[in-house]
Design a protein around this ligand. Structure first.
Ligand code: ARG
Length: 464
């Protein structure tokens, strides 16, 4: 039987079924590096304030580093009796150092310890996510440059709406990722105050220096209210929401590209190495990676939801329910990290088929709205201009024509008698239509070129 840290109060050993039911080592072992990092900062502070000797501190730090190396190598035995990673590391320390090891937990509870480790883990995770988002932004920018002359049909309601430059399309996702990165940065900022030193719930009567620990661990401040600390998981919820938005963005993009890779669209070519086939239909080539990016967003939404339900109604300070906080967080980070990686791979390797897009780009009256705006510029009220162009489109339908530009002059003369036909024809066709845009943020070629330049510069800088 392994002695429990709370053994003094107990006469009987813990029931095996209770140990199995209450353990968290099977998943919180992932926190080992952060637990060691926080313990080193803690014991150094204990030495600074005289609660442990400097020599004792050195022994403890050395042993913690050894333990960390053993866990990294896979040489460290995890056992059910030592509930969690915190108890494992402390027990290993005591095995090595005896009474000196028994000093590490001075002025500390697993409640503030677990909150600290978890914050450190999430902070590292957020940094990895930010790097993944930045890499994806770069991939979108490269794709924008690669397709800088291509015009795509823009859709609303999945119906052809107005023409857009392909670069404008790719930069739309760069913007979404920029907001995602903003949410990650906000979350990181608010997360970055130190729980350690709150002890169980009320703080400690021992003369600790929390600011010193905060500095060592890279926290900007110390959490102000010890009672708040051990129940606070806001940072995890915020991180999960940031991850959920990333997953939602990726899912929408993946859906679009699944459609684009169909025969019906034919816009997208994916290399064989990034697709899979069918075990029964020999001709199939499926965009499974995109489908799974779309599908995995469900897990991330689920993680956020289950976390919110977990903490709903918990009273102040630590409650054991909180042990369940790690699984959804670990899963969401892993899922989003891998989705970001694969999204980057797909964006870099996919080609938009200029030929296929071009074949039918003049269909669907994408230039109708620019034609209406041309009429407005000459003084026609918007509602009348809308009606006039609507009549031109109806005339095309009646005559079996797929493009406004194919309408005979007589139709234009009848519908818009006050205008020179050449003026009207000047905005017809998708190239003319795109060229007519001018508002800030629009698909106008000069706007898009400026945005592309701006993003290239921003993403080159290592700090942004
Ligand atoms: N295994 C627990 C967890 O992960 C550690 C904290 C336990 N604290 C306590 N007072 N029992 O949440």
């Amino acid at each position: 039987m392994t002695a429990k840290p709370w053994g003094g109060r107990f006469d009987a050993a813990t029931d095996r079924r209770v140990e199995r039911f209450t353990e968290s080592i099977s998943f919180d072992h992932k926190l080992f590096e952060h637990d060691v990092r926080a313990s080193i900062a803690h014991v150094e502070m204990l030495a600074e304030v005289g609660l442990v000797g400097h020599d004792e501190c050195q022994q403890i730090v050395r042993a913690l580093i050894e333990i960390r190396a053993e866990i990294e190598r896979g040489d460290f035995p995890f056992v059910l009796e030592r509930e969690d990673i915190h108890m494992h590391i402390e027990a290993a320390l005591i095995e090595r150092l005896g009474d000196v090891g028994r000093k590490l937990h001075t002025a500390r509870s697993r409640n503030d310890q677990v909150a600290t480790d978890f914050k450190l883990w999430i902070r590292d995770g957020l940094d990895r996510i930010d790097a993944g988002l930045k890499a994806l932004q770069r991939a979108f920018v490269v794709a924008a440059e690669r397709h800088c002359n291509l015009i795509l049909p823009g859709y609303t309601h999945m119906q052809r709406a107005q023409p857009v430059l392909a670069a404008h399309y790719f930069l739309a996702y760069v913007e979404k990722s920029a907001r995602d990165r903003g949410r990650v940065a906000d979350c990181r900022k608010r997360l970055n105050s130190l729980p350690l030193g709150a002890a169980a719930l009320a703080g400690t009567s021992l003369p600790i220096d929390r600011d010193s620990v905060a500095r060592k661990l890279g926290f900007d401040s110390i959490a102000a209210n010890s009672l708040d600390v051990s129940s606070d998981r806001d940072f995890a919820v915020e991180a999960l929401f940031a991850l959920t938005m990333i997953a939602e963005h990726l899912s929408g993009w993946a859906e679009e590209w699944v459609l684009w890779s169909t025969k019906e669209f034919g816009f997208l070519a994916l290399p064989d190495s990034l697709c899979t086939g069918s075990s029964i239909m020999p001709q199939k080539k499926n965009p499974d990676v995109l489908e799974l990016i779309r599908g995995r967003s469900a897990r991330v939404v689920g993680s956020l939801t289950s976390f919110l339900v977990l903490i709903k109604g918990l009273p102040l300070a630590y409650n054991r329910d909180l042990q369940e906080d790690k699984l959804p967080v670990f899963d969401a980070f892993e899922t989003v990290e891998s989705c970001l990686e694969l999204a980057g791979v797909i964006v870099a390797a996919a080609t938009l088929r200029d030929d296929r897009v071009g074949e039918r780009i003049e269909e669907g009256f994408l230039d109708a709205t620019t034609l209406m705006e041309r009429l407005i510029l000459t003084g026609v009220p918007q509602r009348s201009a809308h009606e006039a162009v609507g009549r031109l489109v109806a005339a095309c339908e009646r005559l079996g024509l797929s493009k406004l530009v194919d309408l005979p002059d007589a139709e234009f003369a009848r519908t818009c008698p006050t205008l020179e036909i050449e003026t009207l024809r000047g905005v017809l066709g998708v190239a003319n239509s795109v060229g007519a845009f001018r508002s800030a943020g629009s698909t106008s070629p000069s706007e898009v070129a400026a945005q592309l330049e701006q993003w290239k510069r921003r993403l080159e800088s290592p700090t942004s």
